[in-house]
Design a protein around this ligand. Sequence first.
Ligand SMILES: C[S@@+](CC[C@H](N)C(=O)[O-])C[C@H]1O[C@@H](n2cnc3c(N)ncnc32)[C@H](O)[C@@H]1O
Length: 282
Amino acid sequence: MNKKISHSMNMNEFEVLTGFIYRKTGIRLESQKLYFLNTRINKRIESIGAESIADYIRVLRFADPNGTEFQYLVNLLTVNETYFFRDFPQLQAFAEQSLTEVVERKRSINDFKLKVWSAPCSSGEEPYTLAIILNAMIDDIDKWSIEIIGSDIDQNILVKAREGVYDERRLRDVPPEYLQEFFKPLSNGMFKVNQNIRNMVKFEHVNLSETNDIRNKVGFDFIFCRNLLIYFDDDSRKKLVDQFYIALNKGGYIFLGASESMSRISTAFRVKRKGGYFVYYK
Ligand SMILES: C[S@@+](CC[C@H](N)C(=O)[O-])C[C@H]1O[C@@H](n2cnc3c(N)ncnc32)[C@H](O)[C@@H]1O
């Protein structure tokens, strides 16, 4: 039987690797993440048969022209925690105030188009939640052309998102009447999002740190960027938020996570206080 070899990463290797990851993704891994990164790198070393951490770094930097190995590594490093109706009070403020306001304004000028971006979307709970809210809130939804984009850097998690199948833990905050209306229980105890909701969401692989990936993203009425900026440093946050400003329509709203704020990042957005929340708009 082969003995599993575990390679220990030194501080210099940690810095080279985290610098590389930061430049490519905007994600800053602090030194307390050394063990976390070390275990993930060992998985990749084993998979590709590299000889050492230094050898793996060499592959990543000089022998990975299409970024394939880097993508495998990213898929192991991302924190994908999410669930349906996460931060319910914020979504309620979105539904009852911002959404209602934008829908009424657009209706009054016969503009029946809405564009929403869940960036990043992880396994899809957030964009599907938004699709459910739009269905519940817009009476004449059949008249509207609605585009909801869910994007993420992690390709494995996007496969899960497209499947749209979830266990009860991810559904714990779904109001019972919505669970009944928008999900189908499966024989294995899981729930599948109904086809009409799945049809409203398109998933895309996007690196939010890569300007080329997001410069064609424009015309959004709502952008949700929740629970990502906490993993970015100030520079990557600023760069991304500047792009979001361009991507938003005038009068459009951007929602950040509960522990994230625009202060120190951007003064471009206007701010309102709604239901105890700061909401930012253009
Ligand atoms: C904690 S989840 C947030 C999901 C959802 N917005 C929510 O609040 O529940 C963070 C997601 O950010 C993604 N992510 C990290 N860096 C990214 C980048 N540079 N571009 C796109 N997505 C990224 C991760 O793959 C992960 O799925």
